[in-house]
Unconditional design. Structure first.
Lengths: 234, 107
């Protein structure tokens, strides 16, 4: 078994996930990541898995590979997610279903399989991703916000179910950050969100990493089932 | 039925080993004899729901590591008193054989 901290991050092909890979590598961790596609970059200490997080068999296989390779998993970050901006009246069932699958089912499966590895050492830190769209009840994001609400509740209940195994489960709710996820959102809409925050600016990757660092700190063993929103928008 | 990657006896022994481990780890008394009739979960059983969950996950990992059998032992009836496949050693071994047969048939 490796002496180094092992971190699993989902959705590492770009955006926050990609940033977090480097963030944890710089801290000396071994990082395992996944995305639906292969990635074109390589980093020492990083192993990529081509996985659809809503596919039970693929998630299971990825976690088995981590167990075989490292013999441990300390941290799991459920960053993978998809959004779709649309009026509810114009949202196809297929889109609705996909949003729920990737965000809710995907986070659930990764939490479940990660916890199975973590419980062996009676230690684990799981961080899920909500969004500021939940407390702000953003129009045009009904399904996305509903899926993220589900993730918040999953976080709170799993916090209780996993506590006996030494595993904490928390969530971060980022504000808009300039990534691909919000590329399709009109500028006016983004400004409206920023204006609803206590601190009126876009979020940064560093803001996200700061909250995650707090959640995954070994000293945070009495912090679980919590959701922290960036920017004071909650 | 096609031959399974694990014999009935080995499966029984894995279940017993897992049961014994969970009892020992949680500081519960280990019965002198453990056989197919031994009750695992339910009224008057030695395992509470958390210990049962631990045992099931432990079994999943044993089967994968020692026999290369990948199963997800999640079942909606797990916590049901009447129909739980985890009620006794025998019902659990039967349940595992059924799942493994299904998995083998799928390959």
């Amino acid at each position: 078994m490796t002496e180094r901290t092992v971190v699993l991050i989902t959705g590492t092909s770009r955006g926050i996930g990609r940033f977090l890979v480097e963030h944890f590598l710089q801290r000396g961790a071994l990082v395992e990541g996944c995305a639906r596609n292969l990635v074109e970059w390589e980093l020492p200490g990083y192993t990529h898995h081509q996985v659809d997080v809503s596919n039970e068999g693929q998630v299971r296989a990825m976690l088995s590979a981590i167990q075989r390779r490292h013999g441990r998993l300390d941290i799991a970050i459920n960053n993978a997610g998809i959004a779709a901006m649309n009026h509810a009246l114009l949202t196809p069932a297929e889109t609705a279903s996909r949003i729920l699958d990737v965000n809710v089912l995907g986070s659930f499966l990764v939490c479940r399989e990660a916890a199975k590895l973590m419980r062996r050492r009676n230690y684990g830190r799981i961080v899920n991703f909500s969004t500021i769209a939940v407390p702000l009840r953003l129009e045009g994001e009904a399904l996305y916000a509903a899926a993220k609400s589900a993730i918040e509740m999953l976080t709170r209940v799993l916090a209780r179910e996993f506590a006996p195994f030494g595993i904490t489960v928390n969530a971060i709710g980022p504000t808009p950050i300039e990534t691909d996820l919000i590329r399709g959102v009109p500028q006016e809409k983004l400004q409206h969100i920023i204006d609803s925050l206590a601190i009126r600016r876009f979020g940064t990757f560093a803001d996200v990493a700061n909250v995650i660092d707090f959640f995954v700190n070994p000293a945070s063993d009495y912090i679980t089932g919590q959701v922290i929103y960036l920017g004071g928008g909650g | 039925m096609p031959s399974l990657p694990i014999s009935h006896t080995d499966l029984f022994q894995q279940v017993v080993a897992s049961f014994r481990d969970v009892l020992e780890q949680s500081g519960r008394p280990v019965p002198e004899t453990i056989d197919e009739q031994t009750i695992l979960f339910g009224k008057g059983a030695p395992l509470d729901s958390l210990a049962l969950v631990t045992m099931i996950v432990d079994l999943e990992q044993r089967l994968e590591e020692e026999y290369g059998i990948t199963l997800t032992l999640a079942d909606e009836r797990a916590m049901s008193q009447r129909n739980s496949p985890f009620r006794t050693i025998r019902s659990l071994v039967d349940y595992l054989e059924r799942l493994i047969a299904e998995e083998s048939g799928r390959d």
